[in-house]
Design a protein around this ligand. Sequence first.
Ligand code: AMP
Ligand code: GLY
Length: 429
Amino acid sequence: MTQMSDKMSMDILVVGGGGREHAIIKKLKESPDCGKVYCCPGNGGIAADAECHPVKATDIEGMVAFAKEKKVDLVVVAPDDPLVLGMADAMEQAGFLTFGPSQKAAMIEGSKVFSKGLMKKYGIPTAAYEVFDDPRKALDYITEKNEFPIVIKADGLALGKGVIIAKSLDEAKDGLHTIMEEKAFGKSGNQVVVEEFLTGPEVSVLAFTDSKVVKPMISSMDHKRANDNDEGLNTGGMGTISPNPHYTPELAQQAMERIFLPTIAAMNKEGRPFKGCLYFGLMLTPKGPYVIEYNCRFGDPETQVVLPMLQTDLIAIMKAVANETLGELEIKWRDGACTCVILASGGYPQKYATGKEISGLDEKGQVAGATVYHAGTKAENGKYLTAGGRVLGVSAVGKDLEEALGKSYDCVKKISFENMHYRTDIGRH
Ligand code: AMP
Ligand code: GLY
């Protein structure tokens, strides 16, 4: 739906409540057009920047009712689950200018069977794969292939944990059992994709697209493993740097020609035009960039290093995406680098304690010298307490990677809570 708003000051609702949403809100607030900002459900630290209300991010009816009550001018649906459930459609139907893809377009993240099929059909480079809905057939296939490691992925959303890299037949058997029989990720595990293991540096490229043009943002690199030297379990992300030093202009050109443009065209052809932020998880293989995954949203913690580098007004970009006029807008990025170190609760991504008092933050939840994006925090009696696995992201911009990392880590040292855990080697690999 194309809508024009003449009103200069826009009241905005951001759906979600993690570090990514905090970064989006802080950037929106830099715009001279930014009016009141609401965040549902938000968190302790976001409350210093936006009015938070306890509407669940997946509560479509509740969220639409809230947007109506506050008469907001723009809705930003940030997390994957409400998008896959159709929240952007519901907001548009209710008449709101909305940033975020439709349910049909969000399928590009919501189903790996769909996204792999799309890439195969349109010749977009990705790992060779097969789909199974029967764990025995999957195991027979893996046994016969007898090439390890092999990658097993749950079809649906799995909080970033539905990927198993099996180094042996036993690990593959266990993985299939966890996903397809124990149903560790519920219905998401009704089908699996079994795919070839690729090697090479990984790059995250978030891109704005209005389905007509695609404008990649500055590149970034996530660090997914819990511990230094890329050891330990996979997490939602323990730190990020931007730009990604492996992503040369030549590779960016290849990715544009072989991946970004063909993906936008493929989604249009399939009757699923994508409007919003499309996240390309790429692997730079010896044969060029391959797609590891698509996400229908901003990455977390990629957003915490990408948006600080953005110079163009984010409200103007979001309006242009929603109104399909992105081609008319020039998007500018600053020079230098940005880094984000995640402070997590000890034990994350497995069991961890919450409710620990965080020391070192000022009353707005910040420290001098960096920007602290709150992920899992709550505010109580003038104090900040931990309330999740990933607690804070400490982001800093510098003239180069070294300077940004120095600032991030200097500020990390000012913050503490019981059992705080962070990686000391972000940007070092
Ligand atoms: P995803 O949740 O799809 O991002 O996968 C999580 C991580 O698993 C990725 O960031 C990669 O490091 C790894 N991964 C996924 N697919 C493959 C693959 N085909 N080959 C090698 N590593 C992979
Ligand atoms: N950082 C990975 C993701 O947002 O999916």
